[in-house]
Structure formats: structure tokens, C-alpha cells
Design a protein around this ligand. Structure first.
Ligand SMILES: CC(=O)N[C@H]1[C@@H](OP(=O)(O)OP(=O)(O)OC[C@H]2O[C@@H](n3ccc(=O)[nH]c3=O)[C@H](O)[C@@H]2O)O[C@H](CO)[C@@H](O)[C@@H]1O[C@H](C)C(=O)N[C@@H](C)C(=O)N[C@H](CCC(=O)O)C(=O)O
Ligand SMILES: Nc1ncnc2c1ncn2[C@@H]1O[C@H](COP(=O)(O)OP(=O)(O)OP(=O)(O)O)[C@@H](O)[C@H]1O
Length: 496
């Protein structure tokens, strides 16, 4: 790209050296710089990118964008000084990729719980309807069926723009993005022009970062504000009418809002819910008539996720029959109340619940189908060096289960003791164990299980690792549980 065009997007303080006519690439990580590229020094939470300028130059950087003084050979490398490099990359990245989000229908999904579930439902139905589409989020970047790993739920602004651009180049016509509150606050969505904004719900999480629920709710609202003010365009907000924060989202945009819910008045309202262990059905009242909806997903929370999906795809212009046919055959998203297939005399679910509300919803999805004689065993851990306030509330919600195992979920540098004692403070009954080592905790869950019992392993979901200290160690709740259960209930019983 021509550097004059690229850098004219910036409020520049000063340029040292001569800018090349063309720059080949844009990077915020010195390790990713290509010859002839631009390296933007970002001041992060842990390190300052200004410290990596020499590395970037060694990799071939031709231009450095900095806010602090950097020493370079002005004959070879130009330096563009700006006040704030984080704001600079937010302007440069969308321009470098030629504002790719304008070329597709962009759907953003935000909320405390349900982002991955709703995003994957949207993507699956779109693909079944014959559309080439992409989705990004906690599980990764799924580009028309091929999955690439991502670091965050919402990637940094440069990676985000690169992914959108790749989706456009691959011929996708819609892209769905999970939008985290961190991503919105940190400007990772700068330049992403959304057409449809979806709000699932808001409950206690991430208060180590946002401090108050008000700040957290405000951050989520930025997605709706980001729909913009160009009313010549056709855009929509999709909002959960049963969540009081839904009204706040509505205040953030002038575009039409479609509401969904089970209890309050809503454009898409579910009633006569039939929740079973095998699947879910309900009646749907919609702006275009009444429908019977059925799906293989379980739990009332998935009724909400389905309603959000239906409303968003309706707003996009799909026929109701296309939407409901697609919904009927969707499998659970990886690690979201996913039943582990086995011949063992136990029912095992792997789930990603790691906020108080999600824990309550996950247990409630199963509790009604449990026999009187059997136990529901719930394994829940919490992360080290993260939101400590939610720990006792997580255990309090987990107390609805008959037996609870409190453990860790990426303990990082925090000792087991503080994680476990803060969880334990919330327990409402004495049928529980505290076991810091997650593998031991999983084995313990199986050791206390009897034939017919149900175990939910919560918190890890799709993840196949456990972060201990700075190390990412391989870990699978399902594999460990099947191994232990195989030993306990007899040889020859294998995972299907
Ligand atoms: C607190 C936070 O948001 N941290 C994010 C932030 O990291 P950071 O500021 O620490 O970055 P840094 O490591 O200090 O690096 C600063 C700069 O130096 C550069 N660098 C670094 C090393 C080097 O050798 N060369 C180099 O150039 C880096 O590329 C970067 O540009 O920027 C990184 C790149 O974008 C993110 O991956 C990282 O997310 C961390 C992993 C994280 O855990 N974030 C959580 C809090 C988060 O964002 N979660 C949300 C919500 C999930 C949910 O809803 O559950 C999410 O969207 O994932
Ligand atoms: N609509 C919902 N309301 C409450 N709980 C939900 C809802 N949808 C899913 N859950 C629960 O929350 C867990 C996480 O779901 P999901 O991954 O879809 O949410 P998320 O918003 O993407 O989470 P994260 O931000 O941590 O990636 C699920 O495993 C389930 O237990």
C-alpha cells in the first residue's frame, strides 16, 4: 500500500527519515514483521512494544510508528511519531486492509454468556442455507469450515482486520464475531462496521477488569453504538427482552431493535417450552406468525440462544423455514453442554460455564432429568490471578448440585489455597471436596460416582490445556474421566 495514503489516516506529530513509497505489511508484534513492513510499538499491559524496535528492524521493518523516542538509522528506517500508538493502529489496520467489513454482512454478538453458542448457531444455519460464511471467537477463526486458532475471544485490531479481509478474499458474504467487553473497550473492533448487533445477557463476570457492573454494561453497549448513525443503511439491534440491560443496549443506537424473550413482551417470544434431556421444543410467536421450533440442544438457556439467532437471521433476511430447518439439526458448540459419548453407566457432560449465571444455567439444564436415586456431581474451577469476587458466588450457584468438587481452571501463578478457600466460602451444603490439582479433581468426581449418576465438568469446555504458572499443559476432563471410569466400571468399555 502507498505509505502516503496509509499514514494520511493518522494525526502525525512528526516524521523522521524518509517514508518509502510503498509499505508491504503492518505488524504490532516484532516477531511478525516482514521485510518492508511497518512496526507499530504498542504499550501493553505486560511489555512495551518500544522495547522491540531493533528486533523489528532486524526482521526488515522499514517504518516504525512510535509515541516515545526511538533510536534508529534514519537513512534506512523512517519513524512516524504519534501521541498514542494504540489509537494509531486502530486507524491504520482497517485502512491497510481496505475497510473489509464494509464488503460483508457483519454480525457482532456480545453478552456475558452465550456468545460462542449464538455465533456458532448463526454460522451453522447460514452455511446450511448455502451461504459462505466465517465466524470468530473463543473457539477460533472458522473460515468456511476450516478452523484457525486465536488467542482471544476478540482478537487485537490488526488480527481482526486481517481475519475479516481473509474472509472477504475467500468469498464469504457474512461474518459473525464474538465481541468481548475487553475488545470493545480496548478498540479491537475499531473500523469494524457491524450490520447486526446481538445482545445475549449481562451478569457478574470480569469485574477484575471493569470494576463495576455499570462499566461492564457500558462496555457491552459500545457494540450497539458502533452500528453508527448512517440511517440510509439497513441495520438492526437484537436484544434480550428478559434482561434488564437490554433496555440500555436499545438506548445506544437509533437503528431498529428486535427483541426476544420467554417472559417479557417480545418480537420473538417463546412459550410452551418442552425441555427434555434429549432436546428442546417450543412455540414461537414472531412478526411473521406462529411456528413450532425444535432442536437437539438442551436447557432453557439454549432457548434464549436460539431466539437471538432466529431474530438476527430474520433481520438479515432469511426465510423462517430456512432458519428453523437449520436450527433443528445444529449440534452443541464444542464444549458447551456437550455430552461425552460412552457406553459407561454414567452420563458425562463437558461445559464451559465459568461465570455464576452460566453455572446456574448449566445445572438447571440437567437437574430436571436426574432420577431421584442418582446424584448430580458438578466439578467447577476458577482461574488464578483473575476476578476473585465471583469465586464464592460461583460455588453458591454450584451448590444446587448434589455433590460439588471445587478445583482450579488455569491457576496461573496463584496458589491452590487462595483459589479454593475463596470458592469454598460460597458453598451452601457440606457435600463437596476441595482439590486444587484438576486431574485429581476429575478422578475424584468419578470415584464418588455410582451407576446412573451424572457428572458435569465445567469451565474447560473446548479447551485442551490447563495453564499452571506460565506453562500450558495438556489437559482433557473427558479423557481423564473416561480413563478413571473405565478402571472403575470395568475393562473393555471404550469411548465411542
Ligand atoms: C489484559 C489484556 O487484554 N491483554 C491483552 C493485550 O496484552 P498485553 O497488553 O499484555 O500485550 P503485551 O504482551 O504487553 O504486548 C505489548 C506489545 O508488545 C508486542 N511485543 C511483545 C513481545 C515481543 O517479543 N515483541 C513485541 O512486539 C506485542 O505484540 C504487543 O503489541 O493484548 C494482547 C494482544 O492483543 C492480548 O492477547 C492480551 O489478552 C490477554 C491474553 C488476556 O488474557 N486478555 C483477556 C483479559 C481478554 O481480553 N479477554 C477477553 C474476554 C473473554 C471472555 O469474554 O471471556 C477476550 O476477548 O479474550
Ligand atoms: N444464554 C445463556 N445464558 C446463560 N448461560 C449460558 C447461555 N448460553 C450458554 N450458557 C452457559 O455459558 C457457558 C459458556 O457459553 P458460551 O461459550 O456460548 O458463552 P460465551 O459468552 O462465549 O463465553 P466466553 O465469553 O467465556 O467465551 C456454556 O457452557 C453454558 O453453560
Amino acid at each position: 500500500m502507498e505509505s502516503d495514503y496509509l499514514f494520511s489516516s493518522l494525526p502525525i506529530k512528526k516524521v523522521e527519515g524518509i517514508l518509502p513509497e510503498i509499505v508491504t505489511d503492518l505488524a504490532v508484534d516484532s516477531r511478525a514483521v516482514n521485510a518492508g513492513g511497518v512496526f507499530v510499538c504498542i504499550k501493553g499491559f505486560t511489555v512495551d512494544g518500544h522495547a522491540y524496535v531493533q528486533k523489528a528492524i532486524d526482521q526488515g521493518a522499514r517504518v516504525i510508528v512510535a509515541s516515545d523516542t526511538v533510536n534508529v538509522d534514519a537513512e534506512k528506517v523512517a519513524v512516524v511519531y504519534v501521541e498514542d500508538t494504540t489509537r494509531a493502529i486502530a486507524l491504520l489496520a482497517p485502512r491497510f486492509f481496505n475497510y473489509p467489513s464494509k464488503q460483508m454482512t457483519m454480525i457482532g454478538v456480545t453478552g456475558t454468556n452465550g456468545k460462542t453458542s449464538v455465533s456458532n448457531m448463526l454460522n451453522s444455519i447460514l452455511q446450511q442455507a448455502g451461504e459462505k460464511s466465517a465466524v470468530t471467537g473463543t473457539i477460533g477463526f472458522n473460515l468456511d469450515g476450516v478452523l484457525y486458532e486465536t488467542e482471544n475471544t476478540t482478537a487485537d485490531v490488526l488480527t481482526t482486520q486481517r481475519m475479516i479481509s481473509e474472509a472477504v478474499n475467500a468469498g464469504c458474504t457474512t461474518m459473525t464475531m464474538e465481541v468481548s467487553s475487553h475488545g470493545l473497550i480496548e478498540g479491537r473492533l475499531s473500523g469494524t462496521e457491524f450490520d447486526i448487533a446481538v445482545f445475549t445477557n449481562l451478569s457478574h463476570d470480569h469485574l477484575d477488569y471493569h470494576q463495576t457492573m455499570d462499566n461492564y454494561g457500558h462496555a457491552k453497549g459500545l457494540l450497539f453504538a458502533q452500528l453508527g448513525q448512517d440511517l440510509a443503511q439497513s441495520k438492526f439491534g437484537i436484544v434480550n427482552a428478559d434482561d434488564s440491560w437490554g433496555r440500555r443496549m436499545k438506548e445506544m443506537t437509533p437503528f431498529p431493535i428486535l427483541t426476544y424473550g420467554v417472559h417479557e413482551q417480545a418480537d420473538f417470544k417463546a412459550y410452551d417450552l418442552n425441555l427434555t434431556a434429549e432436546g428442546t421444543s417450543f412455540q414461537l410467536r414472531s412478526p411473521v406468525g406462529e411456528f413450532e421450533v425444535s432442536m437437539a440442544l438442551i436447557g432453557e438457556f439454549n432457548v434464549y440462544n436460539a431466539l437471538a439467532t432466529i431474530a438476527a437471521l430474520f433481520a438479515k433476511g432469511l426465510e423462517m423455514t430456512e432458519i428453523l430447518d437449520g436450527l433443528a439439526v445444529i449440534p452443541a458448540a464444542k464444549g458447551r453442554m456437550e455430552r461425552v459419548e460412552t457406553d459407561l453407566p454414567l452420563t458425562i457432560y463437558v461445559d464451559y460455564a465459568h461465570s455464576p449465571d452460566a453455572i446456574e444455567k448449566a445445572i438447571q439444564a440437567i437437574l430436571p432429568y436426574k432420577n431421584r436415586e442418582s446424584k448430580l456431581i458438578f466439578v467447577i474451577g476458577t482461574g488464578g490471578n483473575r476476578d476473585r469476587k465471583k469465586r464464592p458466588i460461583m460455588a453458591e450457584k454450584a451448590s444446587i448440585a448434589d455433590y460439588v468438587i471445587l478445583t482450579t481452571d488455569d491457576p496461573r501463578d496463584e496458589p491452590y489455597d487462595s483459589i479454593l478457600s475463596e470458592l469454598e466460602a460460597g458453598m451452601k451444603h457440606d457435600q463437596y471436596a476441595c482439590i486444587g490439582d484438576r486431574e485429581e479433581a476429575v478422578r475424584h468426581a468419578v470415584s464418588v460416582a455410582e451407576r446412573g449418576d451424572i457428572i458435569i465438568f465445567a469451565g474447560k469446555g473446548h479447551e485442551d490445556f490447563q495453564i499452571v504458572g506460565k506453562e500450558k499443559l495438556p489437559h482433557s476432563d473427558a479423557k481423564i474421566a473416561l480413563d478413571e471410569a473405565g478402571k472403575k466400571f470395568g475393562e473393555g468399555i471404550v469411548e465411542k
